[in-house]
Design a protein around this ligand. Sequence first.
Ligand code: SF4
Length: 307
Amino acid sequence: MPKPLPAKSPAKPASAAARTPSKNVAAKKFAAATDAKPKSATVKSAAKKAVAKKVAKKPARTLGGTSTGKAASKSASKPAAQREKRSARLSPPEIGEMFSRLQSLNPHPTTELEYSSPYELLVAVALSAQATDVGVNKATRKLFPIANTPRQIAALGVDGLKPYIATIGLFNTKAANVVALSQQLIDLHGGEVPRDRAALEALPGVGRKTANVVLNTAFGEPTIAVDTHIFRVSNRTGLAPGKDVVAVEQGLLKVVPERYLQDAHHWLILHGRYVCKARKPDCPHCVIRDLCRFQDKTPGDPEPVAA
Ligand code: SF4
């Protein structure tokens, strides 16, 4: 007759074994875990590689969402500082730095036109369209000692004025305008140059640029008259890019720090006239070369000596 199993030594249920694992059970678990690990690591690593491949194929995305995969792979090989693409526009600190440098090279800039009264300046600026300041000065050095008030010029008349300014381009039209604006100053403003944009722009031959120069240079108003030089410098450097002079003027008035507004006009004109020239800008000697965004800078070793 089979012997009954002793009641005090029943086989341990699996759950109990799990609750009080013996060294063997723990060892088995450890072994199972260590056996499984290489497998799962291999799978994970393969998956990682697959994802990495996918990511490499996809166009990279930046916060702005504008980078391409090519750009990203290029930039990945560059240090972080170089990777950061500069904006096409100068930042406010860069603009401050730009004017600080222009100011230190020329603390008191002014127009190169010779004048001794707002009226003389108005006439000189009116004559300077499509002419050089040097050419205008040559003419006005002869004219102003003879006639330098609205009444005197009006008295000269168009035919009397022409011989003085015949060396300046478009002198026929300019003579007619200067005599007419002189008469208007007598008729409407008591022979004085008005300190008012609308009144200035209402004068014959006086446009926004001339009005801005007179307001800025004769009356100390913080205006900026955008001529060909300022237009070029503002666009090349990234200071205030714009498709026409009004857009550039408005851009400049927004970005030029207030403390530089009064003189910005002169600094930018002089910079455009003597350094940032139309045909071959003198980039190697340009004091703002490192800030400037112009892509086709004239090559040469940087040597900042001129504003
Ligand atoms: S670096 Fe060259 S293009 Fe730029 S502002 Fe200077 S002269 Fe002009």
